[in-house]
Design a protein. Structure first.
Length: 155
């Protein structure tokens, strides 16, 4: 699996200054300490931005991790396989450029990879805080298990 196109990217999205909204970035930091296959790359995507478009062009498969406001208990994980921007949850956390915008742009450029979106339910977007809530601080082992289950299909 040397080819760049056979590599899989795990992309964490979020603003770590807003507590739980930064779960994607915190997840990448956690995953850096875990055992993952050699064909997996990790990227802290921060608050998004159009620079991520070039990342979407590089990989055929991306696992994204982001917070969502969906009325489920905080810390609930869901895996979505969106094929179109309209498949993304309506209440994804707010970043400077939303994931839906990036996906629409990638689709227009004909560079849309296979995406697994792992959403992590949050109660609310918090005021400035570098800390995760207790509910989200406990999800990392479950998140790691979810990711390893997705990756089994690529080994």
């Amino acid at each position: 699996m040397d080819s760049e196109h056979k590599r899989i990217l795990i992309l964490g999205i979020g603003n770590i200054l807003l507590g739980d909204e930064g779960i994607g970035v915190h997840a990448i930091k956690y995953l850096e300490q875990q055992q993952l296959p050699d064909f997996v790359d990790l990227l802290d995507g921060g608050t998004g931005g159009f620079y991520i478009l070039s990342v979407l062009e590089t990989y055929k498969t991306i696992i994204m991790i982001d917070a969502t406001l969906d009325d489920l208990p905080a810390g609930t994980l869901n895996v979505i396989e969106p094929k179109f921007a309209s498949d993304f949850p309506k209440a994804l956390s707010s970043h400077e450029i939303g994931l839906k915008d990036l996906i629409e742009s990638a689709a227009l450029l004909n560079h849309l990879p296979k995406i697994y979106l792992i959403t992590v339910s949050v109660k609310e977007i918090q005021d400035i805080s570098l800390e995760l809530s207790p509910e989200l601080s406990e999800i990392f082992p479950e998140l790691y298990h979810t990711i390893t289950e997705i990756l089994k299909g690529f080994e």
